[in-house]
Design a protein around this ligand. Structure first.
Ligand code: CO8
Length: 257
């Protein structure tokens, strides 16, 4: 498929997806959502790919939903658009690959919601975060009311929504909205470092860890622990990746996954 709003840099075992609508700071419109959905459906079939990085073109990650497109929606259309995007964004948690948001600039409204849908986030020192929907007389529609209080806490989420204030990257780090802030000049190098670091881990274990954590969050503690024991055991046995990883350690060599 020829994407109009996404640029895809496909590498052998990882992939970078760049949101690319230069005229609107990568605002999220229906074309972009359909393309994202198509991209996710295709890439999740790729058994070699262990990591997907999502970032934005230019000075924005994404400046929110496309206000131009949204203004003509009826109430019913707005609700279905919201539901469709929630489905696409929330699908990220079910994908076998780790999905990391590299937040290069503005991540506002729906843009911040896409960032929050990723498994974790790395921010450039230039990144800015905000949920300015209330300024437009709206509430968030791409799951921020549910994700933000879970990532931070209820009071911080309500403060962010009701003031519509933008946070810089370091303030976002303080709230644990992002896991690292990297000086802008080192942002690209950090990406490669992270790709290499994650690429050294056991590939089967990497796929399992994402599933264990996300699935476990929706289970009782006890059931989550039982699932962990099950998956732990599945990596043992002759010719398993666990066996290879442990042997490699004991023989002081690199594992051959
Ligand atoms: N939608 C459409 N166009 C946009 C958007 C957007 N969200 N953001 C920026 N643009 C356009 C601008 O209109 C401008 O276009 P033009 O050059 O044709 O005038 C171009 O991008 C560049 O923007 P600016 O000139 O404004 O750039 P600045 O550097 O001066 O400002 C800002 C950057 C601060 C990011 C500013 O553009 C801004 O405030 N943008 C809007 C941010 C916003 O309010 N986002 C939230 C949108 S609502 C939302 O996301 C709710 C999601 C739930 C939807 C539910 C489903 C129906």
């Amino acid at each position: 498929m020829d994407y109009q709003t996404l640029k895809i840099n496909k590498h052998e075992k990882w992939c970078e997806l760049i949101l690319h609508r230069p005229d609107s700071l990568n605002a999220i419109n229906s074309v972009l959502v359909n393309e994202l959905s198509h991209f996710f459906e295709e890439i999740e079939k790729d058994e070699e790919c262990y990591l997907i990085i999502i970032t934005g073109h230019g000075k924005a990650f994404a400046a929110g939903a496309d206000i131009q497109e949204m203004q003509d929606m009826s109430s019913g259309q707005a609700s279905s658009f919201s539901a469709k995007i929630q489905e696409v964004f929330l699908h990220i948690k079910e994908m076998p690959q780790l999905v990391v948001g590299f937040i290069n600039g503005y991540a506002l409204g729906g843009g911040m919601e896409l960032a929050m849908a990723c498994d974790f986030r790395i921010a450039s020192s230039k990144a800015q975060f905000g949920q300015p929907e209330l300024k437009l007389g709206l509430v968030p529609g791409f799951a921020a009311t549910q994700i933000l209080p879970r990532l931070t806490n209820v009071a911080d989420a309500l403060f962010m929504f009701s003031t519509a204030e933008m946070l810089n990257a370091y303030q976002a780090l303080e709230l644990r909205l992002v896991q690292q802030v990297v000086p802008e000049a080192e942002f690209q190098d950090y990406k490669i470092k992270l790709v290499d670091e994650i690429g050294m881990q056991g590939p089967q274990a990497l796929r399992k860890i994402k599933n264990l954590v996300h699935k476990g969050m929706a289970m009782s503690f006890k059931d989550g622990c039982a699932m962990e024991s099950q998956e732990f055991g599945s990596l043992f046995g002759s010719r398993s990746q666990g066996e290879e990883g442990m042997k490699a350690f004991l023989h002081k060599r690199k594992p051959k996954w």
